[in-house]
Ligand binder design. Structure first.
Ligand code: LLP
Length: 406
């Protein structure tokens, strides 16, 4: 649960605001973001790497308000599409503190980024090196770039979010020599400045050895080609269930990275470990049929159980109950039997329609991956702090959806 979560007579309070009040004012489902928790987690990264750069991985969750928090704290920002770049711009992030990722940035996206004065573009293919060089030359700019390298490390996480292996759509292979060739290509382009090297081995990683191995290989490569900056990506795992192992802290991860990279300036790109634990998804129970508890959201606002087999927990959030618990399966309202949020969850036997269920650790890759499946409008994000709540992303409406149709 986020740092400010308290329970008062069975009612969950976040940032000093009760769940019943939040549901009444903002409706459900809603993502409730504990601003103090988010900020504290971002600060922990800055404290862990005072002599380096912390690029928040915007793909985990981004909005202009979040950009303003990051900017105020002194973080930098990692974006990976023109859309995320537009949010960075809308939130007033200084362009020089933005890094642009992606394995297939379009020429239009690259041009927009260079014109805006983006701090760094992480180049991911030979095609992109030539494309970016031509755009920068055309705009009369010498563009800073990092080269995305795949260091060939297995991070022991879900296959869909492992990115550092040799067979990956991302980056230039270290062992096959493509990374060295990329360094030569960038050096040969007068409109590009080789600023550093980048690697990102995957996400939801608990294995510090994998980070250490990647850092070691990257540092060795950097020394060989005379580069002094390494961006070692994001990927630190978080606990989703009370029974999950305790994840390493940012300081523990940075210590491992530093041990391998003496003399180099480091950057990291945490997304999940900042945004994930800060947010609780609040749902209302609609029907109860046997073991199935249906809530008023589901795979459209949390695709992670279906996509990655991710396990979550949930807790009643509006009242105390003395009823003995039974095992329930919490499902969504979508037209698929795979639309399951939590399996085999002990919940009070007297749970009834209208009760609120809160799902913790809902801040990363949920709102940002939410869809309109079955024409379900996406929930709002409500920031809570010091007893006050405000929407930082409003609830989508059916009119928003209908506006797309011609
Ligand atoms: N940097 C790069 C280049 C990335 O590709 C990513 C995440 C990050 C940083 C941030 O990583 P984090 O600290 O959040 O692990 N949708 C998946 C996660 C995909 C991660 C993609 N890249 C999920 O819901 O688990």
């Amino acid at each position: 649960w986020p740092q400010t979560a308290t329970w008062d007579g069975g009612e969950l309070h976040l940032g000093g605001v009760g769940a019943v009040e939040l549901a009444r004012v903002y409706g459900t489902p809603a993502y409730v973001l504990d601003e103090a928790d988010f900020v504290a987690r971002a600060r922990a990264w800055l404290d862990a790497l005072p002599d380096g750069d912390v690029h928040y991985g915007g793909k985990a969750f981004l909005s202009p308000e979040v950009v303003r928090w990051l900017d105020g704290l002194g973080l930098s920002l990692d974006v990976c599409t023109g859309g995320e770049l537009a949010v960075a711009k809308a939130g007033g992030m200084p362009p020089e503190r933005v890094v642009f990722h992606g394995n297939n940035k379009s020429p239009a996206e690259l041009r927009r980024a260079v014109e805006w004065g983006i701090g760094c573009v992480v180049v991911d293919s030979f095609t992109e090196i030539s494309r970016l060089a031509a755009i920068a030359a055309d705009l009369g700019v010498r563009q800073r770039v990092m080269i995305r390298v795949t260091p060939g490390v297995d991070p022991h996480t879900h296959a869909f979010i492992a990115t550092g292996g040799e067979d990956s759509k991302f980056g230039f292979s270290l062992s096959a020599g493509a990374a060295a060739l990329a360094v030569d290509r960038v050096a040969a382009e007068p409109s590009l400045e080789l600023y550093g090297l980048h690697s990102h081995i995957g996400s939801q990683i608990f294995d510090l050895d994998a980070f250490g191995t990647a850092a070691n290989r990257m540092a060795e490569f950097a020394a060989g080609v005379g580069v002094t900056r390494l961006d070692l990506g994001g990927g630190l795992g978080i606990a989703y269930l009370p029974t999950d192992a305790t994840p390493p802290t940012p300081a523990e991860l940075v210590a491992v990275l530093k041990k391998e990279t003496a003399g180099l300036r480091l950057a990291v790109e945490p997304g999940r470990s900042i945004a994930g634990p800060s947010t609780v998804a609040l749902y209302e129970v609609g029907t109860i049929k046997g073991r199935y508890v249906s809530v008023n959201g589901g795979m459209s606002d949390n695709p992670r159980p279906g996509m990655y087999g991710a396990a979550y927990t949930a807790s009643p959030a509006n009242r105390v109950s003395d009823a003995s618990p039974s095992l329930f399966t919490v499902v969504g309202k979508h037209c698929e039997s795979g639309d399951v949020l939590v399996r085999d969850l002990p919940l009070p036997g007297d749970l009834r329609p209208g009760d609120l269920l809160a799902v913790p650790v809902s801040g990363a890759y949920q709102r940002s991956m939410a869809s309109n499946y079955n024409h379900v409008p996406r929930p709002p994000v409500v920031a809570v702090r010091d007893g006050a709540a405000r929407a930082i992303v409003r609830r989508e409406t059916e009119d928003d959806l209908l506006r797309l149709y011609l």
